[in-house]
Design a protein around this ligand. Structure first.
Ligand code: IPE
Ligand code: IPE
Ligand code: MG
Length: 259
């Protein structure tokens, strides 16, 4: 039976149907910004005797399902960490394959994203990418730029240390030009210089694949994010896993250093 999913939080592990869980989620505070480190495609494939690229292909289904689930719940911002600045170190054929995915995704999913009022944005430099990848990413941004619903960030060729260094250089520029004083450097200014300018920090960060690390993602922004880990590989991540993460988040107490 599809509907029975385990409720992980609390002392009792009562069984709830998907509908019951979603209903409960909707009565509680929905996180404004959810970010996901979508990890484990390679291991998912390896376990099945398939090439790593087959795992990346399978992961696209999870991306689609998660976007739909997030949009249906009314989450305002969903960020998917899809390719890090360190992922260029992978074998060329794997990188080449990954660089083809945006164009494919454009063909299969752009229409649905437009129709569901999702605004797609890229966090990361397009510079090192093949031109057809850059084109596809630009088209996502261009064709959805007037949408007013959920913001969907793809962190592609994203690295938090790069982002912070870039911000520091911009700030120094502004000081040197005399536009600001050293004393004007504060959190607000820093937020303004980051790629996430104008967006709230993630309330919840999900990572799949059993790795308990951040891997150069949002180092500034996740100062007070709630972290949620699952051993599932990304292609095995479903909307039910997503609902579980959201529900767990809703049952946490965020103190921000206060009591
Ligand atoms: C995540 O899966 C996708 C990318 C980083 C591009 P991986 O490719 O890292 O899969 P594992 O972690 O090796 O299993
Ligand atoms: C993190 O996964 C980055 C993305 C999911 C894009 P990695 O597979 O690159 O991270 P490590 O190497 O396990 O830390
Ligand atoms: Mg990985």
């Amino acid at each position: 039976m599809w509907g029975a999913i385990k409720k992980w939080t609390g002392a009792n592990s009562s069984i709830k149907t998907r509908e019951e869980l979603v209903k409960e989620i909707q009565t509680l505070k929905i996180p404004e910004h959810v970010a996901i480190i979508t990890d484990g495609n390679g291991r998912w494939a390896k376990k099945r005797g398939l090439p790593r690229t087959a795992g990346h292909a399978a992961g696209m289904k999870s991306i689609r399902e998660t976007i739909r689930a997030a949009n249906d719940l009314g989450i305002r911002i969903l960020t998917l960490y899809s390719f890090s600045t360190e992922n260029w170190k992978r074998p060329k054929e794997e990188v080449d394959y990954l660089m083809k995915l945006p164009k494919q995704f454009l063909k299969t999913d752009l229409k649905e994203l437009i129709d569901s009022n999702v605004k797609v944005q890229m966090l990361g430099s397009k510079e090192k990418m093949p031109s057809f990848t850059q084109q596809a990413l630009l088209e996502f941004e261009e064709k959805t730029k007037n949408n007013t619903g959920m913001i969907l960030n793809f962190s592609i060729n994203y690295g938090a240390r790069d982002e912070i260094l870039f911000a520091i250089r911009q700030i120094i520029d502004e000081v040197q030009k005399g536009n600001i004083e050293k004393e004007d450097i504060n959190e607000e200014l820093m937020n303004h210089m980051l790629l996430t300018r104008g967006l709230p920090d993630p309330d919840l960060v999900i990572r799949t694949s059993g790795e308990i690390r951040i891997s150069n993602f949002f180092l500034w922004q996740l100062a007070y994010s709630e972290l949620w880990f699952t051993d599932l590989m990304w292609p095995d991540f479903t909307k039910d896993t997503f609902y579980q993460a959201i529900h767990d988040f809703q049952n946490r107490s965020r103190r921000y250093g206060a009591v």
